[in-house]
Design a protein around this ligand. Structure first.
Ligand SMILES: [Zn+2]
Ligand SMILES: [Zn+2]
Length: 348
């Protein structure tokens, strides 16, 4: 079968022929119906190495996956051949207290995981391929009959990550609240829909690209602002001088973090999701009184079940641009160029 593989650190991925996997005991092989191309994969290709991550190439890219069960190993009874499933991407040990709660992102026994601190497309073979090996059936969530795998795939990260971040600040997203979403890409356009579907807060979307701001309005943002040095001041004007109750930064550059700090209301939340790597001072006076600065990473399995439920009920959907497996490397070129609308999804 064909697979888009990262062969070494600091290199571009290549489409190569590899053997189709076979499931061992407790394992499942799925036929890929869709695999999302994530911005974080660009960091895998260009910025990371073994000094940063506990695992190394070669492996097949793609950590947002869904498809159909192709074959199951001995002892697997939770799914059967032909079932459509989404893959919960962070693979922990399954035994520690975090994993028991379904928060395998934060596994506290990474040496007991299929790969320490990783998953499929993150050290082990991912889903930008015809088939993918899932090391345990506990990583599979059955899809509702109205959710095609190609539609569900991007939800496993591009929706789960913002859902986790939004959920954490739900208490501050009342009917009078204003939430700012910085960066309307694969994750940001989902964040807008999730806030609108699960709260009564007003949403202001911020991005430098007119195409992204148009998408923000289409998916339900109440207002859009072009990001520049005046954006934080404009957000204050739009909120009677108070600032935004919650600011979600899906970029994470120094400029966006400074904007987030300056735009946040007292008692507000500034949540850093994007991994652009920016840093800002954090001191008593670097933001309004009692503003919480926090990071979030991906999401839990129970949250993914809730995300898929929202999608199945038509309350959220991932806008996406489709690519064939042959054109999968091109998806990342377009991601760098900023020309992808919504999420890039590879459909073998
Ligand atoms: Zn991702
Ligand atoms: Zn664990």
């Amino acid at each position: 079968m064909r697979a888009l593989r990262l062969m070494s650190w600091k290199s571009e991925p290549v489409l190569v022929e590899v053997p189709k996997p076979t499931p061992g005991p407790g394992q499942v092989v799925i036929k890929i119906g869709g695999a999302g191309a994530c911005h974080s994969d660009l960091h895998l290709m260009h910025d990371f190495d073994s000094n940063i991550l506990p695992w190394s190439p070669p492996f097949t890219l793609g950590h947002e996956n869904a498809g159909w069960v192709d074959s199951v190993g001995a002892g697997v009874t939770s799914v059967k051949e032909g079932d459509s499933v989404a893959v919960y991407g962070p693979w922990g040990c399954g035994k520690c207290s975090r994993c028991q709660l379904g928060i395998e992102t934060l596994c506290e026994n990474p040496m007991g995981a299929p790969i320490p601190g990783g998953g499929g497309g993150l050290g082990l073979d991912g889903g930008i391929a015809e088939y993918m090996l899932i090391p345990s059936d506990r990583f599979l969530i059955p899809l509702a009959s109205n959710l095609d795998p190609s539609v569900a795939a991007p939800l496993t990260d591009a929706a789960l990550t913002p859902y986790h971040a939004v959920r954490r600040s739900w208490a501050k997203m009342g009917p009078e609240a204003t939430v700012v979403v910085i960066g309307v890409g694969g994750l940001g356009h989902m964040a807008i829909q999730i806030i609108k579907a699960t709260t009564a807060a007003r949403v202001i979307a911020v991005d430098p690209k007119p195409m992204a701001l148009a998408l923000a309005l289409e998916v339900g943002a109440d207002q859009t602002l072009e990001s520049n040095e005046k954006t934080a001041a404009t957000i204050r004007e739009l909120t009677h001088g108070h600032g935004a109750d919650v600011v979600l930064d899906f970029v994470g550059s120094e400029a966006t973090l400074l904007m987030a700090q300056a735009a946040a209301r007292t008692l507000g939340d500034v949540t850093l999701v994007g991994i652009a790597g920016g840093a800002v001072p954090f001191s008593f006076f670097s933001q309004g009184y009692e503003v919480s600065l926090q990071t979030t990473y991906w999401g839990s399995k129970p949250e993914l079940i809730e995300v898929l439920n929202l999608a199945s009920r038509g309350l959220i959907h991932a806008e996406h641009t489709r690519y064939s497996l042959e054109d999968s490397a091109e998806a990342y070129v377009d991601l760098v160029a900023g020309t992808v609308r919504g999420r890039a999804v590879i459909i073998p």
